[in-house]
Design a protein around this ligand. Structure first.
Ligand SMILES: Nc1nc2c(ncn2[C@@H]2O[C@H](COP(=O)(O)OP(=O)(O)O)[C@@H](O)[C@H]2O)c(=O)[nH]1
Ligand SMILES: [Mg+2]
Length: 199
């Protein structure tokens, strides 16, 4: 995908504020600090498109961006904050789960894990939640430049085992080197523009 334009559209705090579901969209999710903003920025070739949130304890929004005016990129609030008050977490849950289950034009969710961390129970729950709701997802392993190639292979294999995902189905990514950018777009394009069933 050649990205010609990226424009911030709006921040959504309630389901009633969602923009019209009139084009294919991809959503991005990951823990705070996993490299989600850097990943999105690298993908679209912009330095500072995604908003960088300084305070994960505050209520966050779902942020919509238009890419080439034909698709939406949707930046979801992070998950997995032990310090967030229960009431705030409930609000997020309602907003994010409502969005993910009801959005007819959502083609795939990109789930970002730090390649150096082993996924925990919460990460596994997130993926099984996607499975049970038939929401397609892509796994990206961020900060791949931080590991040697041996260590990287080892880590990809361990993460794959834990998640029951084939190693080739996960994309090692680095916003520093650009590794994984093309592979991610190839995968996304298939979800955004599926081949017609009959020619
Ligand atoms: N070495 C390296 N650092 C990264 C990479 N991606 C993000 N970071 C760093 O990780 C920190 C968090 O990144 P950010 O994109 O703001 O994460 P977010 O909180 O998930 O949006 C920042 O200090 C980034 O510079 C990467 O691919 N390689
Ligand atoms: Mg961010």
């Amino acid at each position: 995908m050649h990205v010609r334009s990226v424009d911030f559209l709006k921040s959504v705090y309630k389901l009633s504020q969602l923009p019209d579901a009139d084009r294919p969209e991809v959503a991005f999710v990951g823990r705070s600090n996993v490299g989600k903003s850097s990943f999105i920025n690298t993908l679209v070739g912009r330095k500072k498109m995604a908003l960088v949130s300084k305070d994960p304890g505050r209520t966050q929004s779902i942020n919509f961006y238009q890419v080439n005016d034909v698709i939406y990129f949707v930046d979801l609030p992070g998950y997995g904050y032990a310090r967030v008050p229960v009431s705030v977490r409930k609000d997020w849950k309602g907003l994010i789960e409502g969005y993910l289950t009801e959005r007819s034009t959502l083609k795939a969710v990109v789930v970002i894990f730090d390649i150096r961390r082993l996924p925990n129970e919460e990460d596994l729950l997130l993926l099984s939640w996607f499975e049970s709701h038939h929401i397609p997802y892509i796994i990206v392993l961020s900060k791949a430049d931080k590991l040697s190639s041996n260590k990287k292979r080892e880590q990809i294999s361990r993460i794959g085992q834990l998640l029951s995902v084939k190693t080739e189905d996960m994309i090692p990514f680095s916003s520093l080197t650009g590794e994984g950018k093309e592979a991610t777009w190839e995968r996304l394009d298939k979800f955004l523009y599926p081949a017609p069933l009959s020619a």
